[in-house]
Design a binder for this molecule. Structure first.
Ligand code: NAP
Length: 292
């Protein structure tokens, strides 16, 4: 069994991005610039956004954090999105989700210029992904494809089961795994909360990707011997032995499942670091595309 070291892969891709930025500067080109929009004071969202901004600095990007009050209206937020769309100094931006209930997330996502949509959530980018036209891919699924590529994990002709059909993880992941390319060419099953016989379906999986949002839902008896298991879930569970009082676990019962796998991602240190790396890669791609 091999542990997929997302942290190490992320560091290596980030150092490649940093080299490309250094090269750009030598050639007299500008640094890629990522902006992040944060609304309200949700602790987890704040942590994610700050980490994204910090990672920009690490690879030599410019970054801007726009933090708005929870009470900002949809109309005002749309105006801010318009400003970012029109600001030629900014190559890409993200709007951290979830947004407060009075703001329609789809309306906000659709207001982002597809060329600057480095989260890859805009319908134009989703459509391009489906049609296999080069585009900005959703960060978490894109990060997972980078992991599979890094470890040369065969995907062609494999049975791939994706659990979870969210628009940001499960659904795009299932599309990427079924595309006619590598990683891809898998026979994909997309499972969700209405799926019957989840255990039997999972046991058929050569590649199992769990994006369910339920701590340790995936247990050893659901795993085929030698399967590749990718765990997207992140959950805090109480642990008094830790200074923080909690530890992180995934959707997969790692300790018991790991013994049956050929490859498995840990939580933390698996998919998580790759999401930010994919976002940085998208920002560099957006910057290069805007120069063409
Ligand atoms: P989500 O929007 O809550 O979607 C969860 C999906 O799982 C839904 O499609 C749901 O089905 C399905 N589901 C729920 N219970 C199920 C069950 N018992 N059996 C089968 N399917 C079930 O979650 P998400 O945004 O995709 O995130 C999933 C997890 O990944 C969360 O823990 C989140 O924190 C984590 N995450 C991690 C990263 C990262 O960078 N590592 C990034 C994004 C998300 P229905 O559609 O039928 O409701």
């Amino acid at each position: 069994m091999k542990i997929i070291d997302g942290k190490a892969v992320a560091e290596s891709i980030k150092s490649e991005i940093a080299q490309k930025v250094a090269q750009r500067i030598k050639q007299g080109k500008k640094k890629p610039h990522l902006a992040a929009v944060l609304v309200g004071n949700d602790g987890a969202s704040e942590t994610y956004v700050k980490s994204k901004v910090k990672n920009c600095e690490k690879v030599g990007f410019d970054s801007t954090l726009l933090h708005f009050e929870e009470s900002i209206s949809e109309e005002e937020l749309l105006k801010e999105i318009k400003k970012l769309n029109n600001n030629s100094a900014i190559n890409g931006f993200i709007v951290q989700l979830p947004l407060p209930k009075h703001i329609d997330e789809q309306k906000i996502i659709q207001a982002i210029l597809p060329e600057k949509d480095v989260d890859g959530f805009h319908p134009v980018n989703v459509g391009k992904m489906v049609l296999e036209i080069p585009s900005l891919l959703p960060a978490t699924p894109y990060g997972i494809t980078l992991l599979l590529k890094h470890y040369n994990i065969p995907t062609e002709g494999k049975n791939c089961v994706v659990i979870g059909r969210s628009h940001i993880v499960g659904t795009p992941m299932s599309i990427l795994m079924s595309r006619n390319t590598y990683p891809g060419n898998a026979t994909v099953t997309l499972a969700h909360s209405r799926t019957k016989n989840l255990k039997e379906i999972c046991r058929q999986a050569d590649i199992l990707i769990a994006a369910v949002g339920k701590a340790k839902l995936i247990t050893e008896d659901m795993i085929k011997d030698g399967a590749v298991v990718i765990d997207v879930g992140i959950h805090r569970i109480k642990d008094d032995s830790k200074k923080s009082g909690y530890r992180l676990v995934g959707d997969v019962d790692f300790e018991n499942v790991a013994q049956k796998c050929s490859y498995i991602t840990p939580v933390p240190g698996g998919v998580g670091p790759m999401t930010i790396t994919a976002l940085l890669q998208n920002t560099l791609t957006a910057c290069e595309m805007q120069e063409k």
